[in-house]
Design a protein. Structure first.
Length: 146
C-alpha cells in the first residue's frame, strides 16, 4: 500500500514538472503570428514585461469592469422583470440618431406611393431578385399579337 502511494506521488510530481510552462518563440509573418518561422519572419518578444504593481493595477481594473458589467446585467434583468409584470413587454431603447422623422401625410398620389409602415424592431430580410424588364415596344407587340 505504501509503495502504491509513493508511485502515485512520483507520477504526479513528474507530470507537474513536465508541463512546466516554457517560453516559446513567436514570429510575425506579415499580419499573422506563428510558432514556426516563415520567410522574412520577425521574432516577437512575448514575455510579460510589466512590473508587479502594473499587473495588480491591470487586474484591479479588470475586476472593476467585471463588477460594473455584472451590475448592469442585474439592473437590466430587474427592469425586464418589472416590464413583464406590468404586461408592457420589454423596454426597447432606440438611439436618437436612428429615428427618422416621418413626413406629414399628403392626400392624393403621394399617399398611395408611401411604403408600408415598418416595425420599430429589426427584421432581417433576404434581398429581392431583380426582374428583367422588357422594353415597352416589345410589350405592345406581344399584346397586339394575342
Amino acid at each position: 500500500m505504501r509503495n502504491l502511494f509513493l508511485n502515485a506521488v512520483i507520477l504526479i510530481a513528474t507530470t507537474a514538472l513536465s508541463t512546466w510552462a516554457n517560453a516559446q518563440n513567436a514570429y510575425r509573418c506579415g499580419n499573422t503570428y506563428s510558432q514556426t518561422p516563415c520567410p522574412n519572419a520577425v521574432p516577437v518578444d512575448v514575455n510579460d514585461s510589466r512590473t508587479s504593481a502594473q499587473k495588480k493595477q491591470t487586474d484591479a481594473a479588470t475586476a472593476g469592469s467585471t463588477k460594473a458589467g455584472d451590475a448592469m446585467e442585474k439592473s437590466r434583468l430587474a427592469q425586464e422583470k418589472r416590464d413583464l409584470a406590468a404586461n408592457r413587454g420589454p423596454t426597447v431603447l432606440i438611439a436618437p440618431a436612428t429615428v427618422q422623422p416621418t413626413a406629414p401625410a399628403t392626400p392624393g398620389k403621394a399617399h398611395a406611393k408611401r411604403k408600408k409602415k415598418t416595425s420599430q424592431y429589426f427584421t432581417a430580410q433576404a434581398p429581392r431578385e431583380k426582374k428583367e424588364k422588357k422594353p415597352a415596344k416589345a410589350k405592345k407587340e406581344a399584346a397586339s399579337k394575342s
